[in-house]
Design a protein around this ligand. Structure first.
Ligand SMILES: Nc1ncnc2c1ncn2[C@@H]1O[C@H](COP(=O)(O)OP(=O)(O)OP(=O)(O)O)[C@@H](O)[C@H]1O
Ligand SMILES: [Mg+2]
Length: 263
């Protein structure tokens, strides 16, 4: 199993829509995928998929249900674990709540090839918890300077607080590939200068496309709604590239479990 957290620093850069479409792309490569909505107090995965789950993470945190009771299937062959909407106390989990979640994760996730955490924006303790818990992490930014600055800030805090050193970068809403690569180079330049221990790999750029808004309004992944578009081809390429990173699944699961005991 590979566990990957998707985070951003700045909000509204396209994390949730990316996670849903990446999950779908991976299932089309016959991977077994589960999304964990890690935006615990402001759930979005269910809304984007047009699903109204009866139970969500709040019931697990309260001890009424266990994680395996709140796994929902979707129309797209991947599963998901829903978060809550408008629940302030979930936006900052305490140590006991983190332990409770961790204790149940092993049993639930080992049957999947990919566990994707859709994180909330910002540099809160929750974001850092999921960044640390996951074995790999994707940072998303857009070409806006504020979003690039916030991506850098998040990487810096994750490194300073948890010694996290490896990140992938996705640049979303680009006008062409050159723009995506240029932003990666900019960020890399600053990181090499000020945080030389960090490894930042470029996973790819995703074009700006009105299809994303239409897909969200229709509550259907854009990969399904407009498979012929450039944006859908790009998601498929990213899913392929992610799989090509040479990971031994058994080792990944072991590492993940080790992290569960040390967070
Ligand atoms: N590639 C894209 N092209 C055009 N619009 C996009 C693209 N990606 C995302 N968007 C738009 O950006 C907005 C935010 O998307 P999304 O909810 O996925 O972001 P987010 O990072 O998960 O937000 P939050 O930080 O609130 O969780 C949506 O309105 C969506 O339509
Ligand atoms: Mg989101």
């Amino acid at each position: 199993m590979r566990s990957i957290a998707i985070a951003s620093g700045k909000g509204g850069v396209g994390k949730t829509s990316f996670v849903i479409n990446l999950a779908l792309a991976l299932t089309q490569y016959h991977q077994k995928v589960i999304i964990f909505d890690a935006d615990l107090g402001l759930a979005n995965i269910d809304v984007m998929l047009g699903i109204s789950p009866k139970f969500d993470i709040r019931y697990v945190i309260n001890g009424e249900l266990s994680l395996k009771d709140i796994i929902y299937s979707t129309d797209y062959d991947f599963d998901f674990i829903p978060a809550s909407s408008g629940v302030v106390e979930l936006t900052n989990l305490n140590t006991n709540q983190k332990l409770l979640l961790k204790d149940q994760m092993e049993e639930v996730f080992k049957k999947y090839d990919y566990l994707l955490f859709d994180s909330s924006a910002g540099i809160s303790e929750n974001v850092l918890f999921f960044l640390y818990l996951a074995e790999e992490r994707i940072i998303i930014c857009t070409p806006e300077p504020t979003s690039i600055a916030d991506a850098y800030a998040l990487i810096k805090v994750a490194y300073k607080n948890h010694k996290i050193k490896d990140f992938y970068l996705i640049v979303n809403m680009i006008k062409d590939e050159i723009e995506g690569k240029r932003i990666y180079q900019q960020l890399l330049y600053v990181i090499e200068r000020f945080l030389p221990e960090i490894k930042l790999s470029y996973l790819g750029g995703i074009p700006f496309d009105e299809c994303v808004k239409i897909a969200i309004k229709s509550q259907i992944p854009y990969l399904k709604l407009c498979p012929e578009k450039d944006i859908s081809q790009k998601i498929n390429q990213i899913a392929l590239k992610l799989q090509k990173f040479n990971y031994q699944k058994t080792k990944s699961l072991e590492n993940f479990l080790e992290r569960l005991t040390t967070v």
